[in-house]
Design a protein. Structure first.
Length: 303
């Protein structure tokens, strides 16, 4: 009886399906156990994420290989049937195929990686996961001003890397150039104002300049780039209302809003300590001269 059951198990399709299901269950249980162990014992977030993704990918490959071995004698007939229906399947699953090709390009061509801040298909956010078909973003902006999380999780098809530009705000050079404008009232000491702005930006952002210069040198070895100015730069322009100082600086891509707040607070404090030599300008209306008015009263009864 055992020999008949063993022969049936080895030769029938049902037997192969049983072996495939058992193998699948074992692989899934082992995968779950390994992922839980990594979550418990690996404290570094980046290492933990990469190990979990590696285990997932390895389990998929293992399942595919096991299924190919189990059903190896039937792959010939399956390939013929698949070839006949291939055109229809390719048309029906073109978006899925494009997304899988997008995952391959993202993984091996370096479009972006988890932790990068990107813009895909008009959606800006931090990459928190890269799957076979979709990239998961923690959305930034939208109804929230500046570079703060909106709280929405956005799933973007990987095929978007072939359809629209990919904006990477970090990548090989994790710094951005940003600017603030400071309006200064006419009559203020413009040289003192520029000195104050240069002193503040150098003091608060000098460390960014040092790190950005080092990364820019490495960056320029990979691409055809000219030497860029990463030190803070203060320029002056005049308009009809005030003297407009523009402060340009490099900053970490996640610290733009915090850096602007810090700079404006320091600038206001320094301007207040200038004893009126430097004053912030605002939009005002000034009447320079009022033309004389000639008012005459007439009495209708005298007419």
């Amino acid at each position: 009886m055992n020999e008949l059951f063993q022969q049936w198990l080895n030769t029938s399709v049902i037997g192969k399906l049983v072996v495939a299901v058992v193998t699948l269950v074992i692989v899934l249980i082992a995968t779950r156990f390994l992922k839980n162990s990594i979550t418990r014992y690996v404290k570094d977030i980046d290492t933990r994420y990469r190990l979990r993704k590696f285990i997932n990918f390895s389990s998929y490959i293992l399942i595919i290989l096991v299924l190919m071995v189990i059903f190896s004698d039937q792959l010939g007939n399956f390939s013929v049937a698949l070839g006949v229906a291939g055109a229809g399947i390719a048309f029906a699953l073109q978006e899925v195929i494009a997304s899988f090709a997008g995952w391959f390009a993202i993984t091996f061509a370096g479009f972006y990686k988890p932790g990068d801040r990107v813009e895909l298909g008009g959606i800006k956010g931090d990459v928190i996961d890269i799957g076979f078909l979709r990239t998961t973003l923690m959305e930034v902006g939208e109804w929230v001003s500046s570079d703060l999380y909106s709280g929405r999780i956005v799933l973007v098809a990987n095929s978007f890397v072939f359809k629209s530009p990919v904006f990477n705000y970090s990548g090989d050079f994790p710094f951005l150039w940003d600017e603030i404008t400071v309006p200064v009232k006419y009559g203020s000491d413009h040289r003192m104002a520029k000195t104050i702005l240069e002193k503040i930006t150098q003091k608060e952002l000098g460390e960014y300049s040092t790190g950005a210069h080092t990364r820019w040198v490495k960056f320029s070895r990979q691409y055809l780039l000219e030497e860029a100015t990463v030190e803070p730069l203060v320029t002056l322009a005049l308009n009809d209302n005030w003297m407009e100082f523009t402060v340009r600086y490099v900053v970490d891509f996640k610290s733009r809003r915090k850096t602007k707040d810090l700079l404006f607070m320091k600038i206001l404090d320094e301007f207040e300590q200038s004893n009126g030599s430097v004053r912030i300008a605002s939009t005002t209306l000034q009447l320079v001269d009022i033309p004389p008015l000639d008012v005459r009263f007439t009495n209708d009864r005298e007419k």
